[in-house]
Ligand binder design. Structure first.
Ligand SMILES: NC(=O)c1ccc[n+]([C@@H]2O[C@H](COP(=O)([O-])OP(=O)(O)OC[C@H]3O[C@@H](n4cnc5c(N)ncnc54)[C@H](OP(=O)(O)O)[C@@H]3O)[C@@H](O)[C@H]2O)c1
Length: 260
């Protein structure tokens, strides 16, 4: 299937590693020009060079934080300067404050505020800035990466889930407001994606990894490629009549738990 992504310009935020990087790689492999945003300058430069060499696309690295409005200004100024257009926005974010705790133990207001800034507020800001560039061409794709925990109260995930539920609600509102501009708006809600790329201090122990495998109907973890494929399809031309949805990529974890 031709995804029609060649020559499209895609912004992928929080894209120096993990999910964001893998989605950027997949979009570039389909011929999309990519704009990368994250704080690690060296990683972004290396990735952009790799995408140019391997896929022959244009790749613009912008070093900055999702949490800084002035960085959003620079990001969108750079997109306008370099491409003069934006077709796709994959709005991925950093993680909520660690460690996650049970809801009643989350008594530190600053962690709630930090989580709001990290997971929800920046999604609103990026999509608001992306909208005029997409509506100018009567075509666009906005996709927020959330979490399957929005659909299942997972232990210790309140701090994460509350604001991602907000993202899902916001994206649904947006889908009904801007569909008329030719823009689709969706969420992809992952869980149980293999995070072994992360350093040991913030990664799962072997016991936790075994428990995570058990939670999926498939009895395995998902790969970044599987997640990136779903995001890439939603970003594609053939996905033009899918909007206002939240698609779980969780190996059946939520469905299995709800029907146990
Ligand atoms: N992996 C899963 O199974 C899973 C499941 C559900 C939800 N999620 C969510 O999906 C998102 C991505 O997960 P991941 O596994 O890819 O995480 P990750 O491996 O920790 O990568 C996070 C990425 O976000 C960037 N980042 C962090 N803070 C940033 C900021 N303030 N501004 C710009 N970029 C920032 C990091 O780059 P720099 O450090 O260079 O800025 C890095 O590229 C997270 O919100 C995570 O909670 C993941």
């Amino acid at each position: 299937m031709d995804l029609g992504l060649s020559g499209k310009v895609a912004l992928i935020t929080a894209s120096s590693g993990g999910i964001g990087m893998n989605v950027a790689k997949r979009l570039a492999s389909e011929g999309a020009d990519v704009v990368l945003l994250a704080r690690s300058a060296e990683k972004l430069e290396t990735l952009a060079a790799t995408f140019r060499d391997e896929y022959g696309v244009r790749a613009l690295p912008v070093v900055g934080s999702m949490l800084e409005t002035s960085d959003h200004d620079r990001l969108f100024a750079a997109i306008k300067d370099e491409f003069g257009r934006l077709d796709i926005a994959i709005v991925n974010t950093g993680r909520p404050p660690s460690p996650l705790r049970s809801a009643l133990d989350e008594t530190d207001r600053s962690r709630w505020h930090q989580s709001y800034d990290t997971l929800l507020s920046c999604v609103i800001e990026i999509t608001q800035r992306a909208h005029p560039l997409m509506s100018a061409n009567s075509w666009g794709r906005m996709i927020a990466i959330t979490s399957a925990s929005v659909h299942l109260a997972m232990p210790h995930h309140a701090l994460s889930t509350v604001f991602r539920a907000g993202v899902e609600a916001y994206m649904k509102h947006l889908s009904s407001e801007i569909g008329k501009d030719g823009i689709t708006v969706n969420c992809v809600a992952p869980a149980l994606i293999d995070s072994s790329h992360r350093e040991a201090a913030v990664s799962y122990s072997p016991e936790q990894t075994a428990r995570r495998r058990e939670m999926s109907a498939m009895k395995r973890l998902g790969t970044h490629e599987e997640l990136a494929s779903v995001v890439t399809f939603l970003a594609s031309v053939p996905a033009g009549f899918v909007t206002g949805e939240s698609i779980r990529v969780d190996g059946g974890m939520v469905t299995a738990a709800l029907h146990r």
